[in-house]
Design a protein around this ligand. Structure first.
Ligand code: ADP
Ligand code: MG
Length: 378
């Protein structure tokens, strides 16, 4: 067990790292964050910010010598950096688990090997692969780069076979997966925490809607049949167990019109669709990350009340600073801002949660407040 007072290392200092840092410091740990961004959102809460790249040998050596354990807030940390640190101190989740999530080809293959459903897909390494599969693709489809995609970036929708080559070129002719585009009934996600000894706590299933490939709203509990929720939860548990996973794991699912559940992707870290846990669960996802990193059992994950989470993107600043008072005057609304200076369109600046009793009323309230903060001039 790593006890409060110890120093924890964090690779990546964005908003997920910031919320991890708050949780860790609240529990009495010190945090050293490594992030090349001088204005890293996590840095203002951290004990120390090492401003360097993720493969800087001297910085990795410092983390390895000054920290009791290291975790990460995003999956694109070079595997070699994680392995270097892991020679000295625990890295949770492991480099192996993180590297699976770094590459959609490996990720889908891993899921299939475990026996978990994914959408139908083809691996596209080069143009001749495109020619080989062209006969067998049900359109519409989506071409996704195998690595470095997020928030819908690195993806192109393909309506017919003549779109394929230009799309592959547009994505840089890099390895891709070509997926069937599902006619979705809804998207859901499960966030869980698993300890090094194998104890698992799953959070309530979230129902997620996306706009332009970016998460817009999460509704919890998800408005799906109980069988759908329990199947998703079971699939997420199986994945965590088969990977002998330690830490917080998020699993995104597609649900089609026949209630078939497929895993879309996994994230080896807390997840945007788990932000509701900060305001509506006994333990939140960042506390779980601290607990599992330090060798403890995850805390109880019970949902304390129905909740709707809304992302606040930089677009909300188009007419000036959003009128935060419109949110804060509601006693059941909780605002979280990530301390980012530049509100660029599509950039995640913060989120708010509407917590209450009745889910449909909360959805209405969330939609109304969303309009108020993005359209009103301050
Ligand atoms: P990212 O890594 O950017 O989150 P995802 O693969 O999760 O990439 O895609 C982002 C969103 O795009 C999904 O949440 C979903 O709304 C939509 N999408 C992606 N793939 C498919 C698909 N095969 N069928 C239908 N919608 C999809
Ligand atoms: Mg996704």
């Amino acid at each position: 067990m790593i006890l409060p007072g110890a120093t924890l290392g964090l690779l990546g200092g964005g908003q997920l790292g910031r919320m991890f840092t708050v949780a860790a410091r609240t529990m009495g740990y010190e945090v050293i964050v490594l992030d090349p961004d001088v204005s890293s959102p996590a840095a203002s809460f951290a004990t120390e910010h090492i401003c360097a790249s993720y493969d800087d040998g001297a910085s990795l050596a410092r983390l390895a010598s000054e920290c009791a354990a290291v975790t990460t807030e995003f999956e694109n940390i070079p595997a070699s950096s994680l392995l270097t640190i892991a020679e000295h101190i625990p890295v949770r989740p492991s480099a192996t688990a993180i590297s699976i999530a770094q590459d959609r080809i490996i990720e889908k293959q891993t899921l299939r090997n475990i026996g978990l459903d994914t959408v139908d897909y083809h691996v596209i390494q080069n143009e001749s692969d495109l020619e080989r599969v062209i006969e067998n693709i049900p359109f519409p489809a989506i071409l996704k780069t195998a690595t470095l995609g997020y928030d819908g970036k690195g993806q192109v929708v393909i309506s017919n076979s003549s779109d394929l080559k230009p799309a592959f070129q547009q994505l840089g002719a890099k390895p891709c997966v070509l997926e069937q585009r599902i006619d979705l009934a809804c998207e859901i996600s499960v966030v869980l925490a698993r300890s090094v000894c194998g104890h698992i706590e799953t959070f309530s299933v979230a129902e997620n809607s996306h706009k332009n490939g970016i998460l817009d709203i999460s509704i919890v509990p998800a408005r799906v049949k109980p069988e759908v929720s329990s199947k998703a939860e079971k699939m997420a548990r199986i994945l965590a167990e088969k990977l002998d996973y330690c830490g917080v794991l998020a699993v995104e699912f597609f649900v089609d019109k026949n209630n078939k559940i497929m895993i879309n992707e996994m994230a080896p870290r807390p997840h945007n669709s788990g932000h509701y846990t900060l305001d509506a669960c006994l333990t939140d996802q960042f506390q779980q990350q601290v607990r599992t990193l330090c060798g403890f059992r995850p805390g109880k994950s019970d949902l304390t009340a129905p909740v709707v989470m809304v992302n606040i993107l930089g677009d909300a600043w188009q007419k000036g600073t959003p009128p935060w008072d419109e949110l804060l005057k509601n006693p059941g609304v909780f605002l979280h801002l990530y301390g980012k200076k530049e509100p660029r369109p599509g950039r995640k600046m913060g989120h708010f949660c509407c917590v209450g009793k009745e889910i449909e009323a909360l959805v209405d309230q969330a939609e109304t407040l969303k309009k108020v903060i993005s359209l009103e001039k301050n």
